[in-house]
Design a protein around this ligand. Structure first.
Ligand SMILES: [Zn+2]
Length: 161
């Protein structure tokens, strides 16, 4: 039987723990090798940012913004970098709203627990969803319809509204 999504998620988590124990940043490692997340659905990417769909989303359009230079968390950003990171988040939030019809998009960043690498999670809330922090812990599931969702968000980003 093929590996189900929970097994796959656990396998990647084990590899992340292994890399951390070796003192390796798993995100920098993955940006170089594609070993962990090479099959992720990429919304857009340039020299500084990689925007992907969360592979085990809490809701449709759950998106991760990775700032490529190694920074452990928000506190390590210069003012200029902070401005750039939030500008990108604002553009992606708007694109998610338009592309998927989200009423709001929540932003969360933790980067806790061992060697980490700054990334920000964008969690859409749709009409009828409960409002509030429960969205941050909504049940995960496998990514379905990833290519289409990524394409829709990308199209809105390119439209640049
Ligand atoms: Zn890193």
């Amino acid at each position: 039987m093929s590996e189900d999504w929970r097994e796959r998620r656990e396998r990647v988590a084990r590899r992340v723990r292994e890399l951390r124990e070796q003192g390796v940043c798993y995100t920098c490692h993955d940006l170089r090798t594609g070993e962990l997340f090479g099959d992720q659905q990429v919304v857009c990417e340039d020299d500084l940012f990689r925007v992907v769909l969360e592979p085990y989303p809490r809701m449709r359009g759950h998106t991760i913004v990775v700032y490529k230079p190694h920074r452990e968390d928000l506190s390590e950003l210069s003012e200029e970098e902070a401005a750039r990171v939030f500008q990108v988040c604002v553009l992606v939030v708007r694109a998610i709203k338009r592309a998927l019809g989200a009423e709001k998009v929540y932003l969360n960043t933790m980067c806790d627990g061992g060697i980490n690498h700054l990334h920000l999670q964008l969690l859409p809330r749709y009409h009828g969803d409960p409002i509030g922090s429960g969205r941050f812990v909504a049940e995960r599931g496998p990514l379905t319809d990833g290519p289409r969702t990524a394409r829709l968000i990308r199209a809105e980003l390119r439209a640049g509204r």
